[in-house]
Ligand binder design. Structure first.
Ligand SMILES: [Fe+2]
Ligand SMILES: [Fe+2]
Length: 185
């Protein structure tokens, strides 16, 4: 191998070196808790994205509860029960998002007047069972698309947040799948 080719080979296989300065800086600023130098450049933008998702989850809880309590008709008991299960799962998602926002040093936004502004999904006051199912399916598909995009955007900038979003995405895909089946019944 020529010297030039050896240099090229070395350049393409960059050594896996830790950023020792960042590791040393992690020993300081203890008040930042889990926020360390490698996470900070993206922290604020990630918190913003998580707060929009928190609003989305809370609007979904309200929509599912409204539908649970107002559903009527032949098929309503089973479907109303499903709406409540989804409401509880969206509540768990909201809790995970709020907890992560705080871990990242942010403040979870639970302000009622800002919920609809921030939410990716809509509230819905349909009274007909089929229209309710359809509105929920639209909201779930929006949630699936947004979580997929967030996971791609965050990538390795914050692996813990990404894994949490991947968990939530699994649930949202299941919700969408169940609603699609209900719509076809
Ligand atoms: Fe959710
Ligand atoms: Fe969902």
């Amino acid at each position: 191998m020529t010297t030039r080719r050896k240099e090229d080979a070395r350049a393409t296989a960059a050594p896996m070196l830790l950023d020792e300065t960042a590791v040393q800086r992690a020993r300081k600023s203890l008040e930042d808790g889990a926020v360390t130098p490698s996470s900070s450049p993206w922290r604020e933008q990630i918190i913003e994205l998580l707060n929009d998702s928190l609003a989305t989850e809370l609007v979904c809880v309200l929509r599912y509860k409204r539908h649970h309590y107002t559903a009527s008709g032949m098929a309503s008991p089973a479907i109303a029960a499903e709406f409540m299960v989804h409401a509880q799962e969206e509540t768990a998602h909201a809790d995970r998002l709020a907890e992560r926002i705080v871990q990242l040093g942010g403040e979870p936004d639970f302000c009622p007047t800002r919920l609809l502004e921030r939410s990716h999904a809509d509230y819905d006051e349909s009274t007909d069972l089929k229209t309710m199912v359809r509105a929920n399916l639209v909201a779930e598909r929006v949630a699936v698309e947004v979580y997929r995009q967030m996971i791609a955007l965050i990538g390795d900038k914050d692996p813990t947040t990404r894994r949490m979003l991947e968990d939530i995405l699994v649930d949202e895909e299941e919700h969408a799948d169940e609603l699609k089946d209900l719509l076809q019944e």
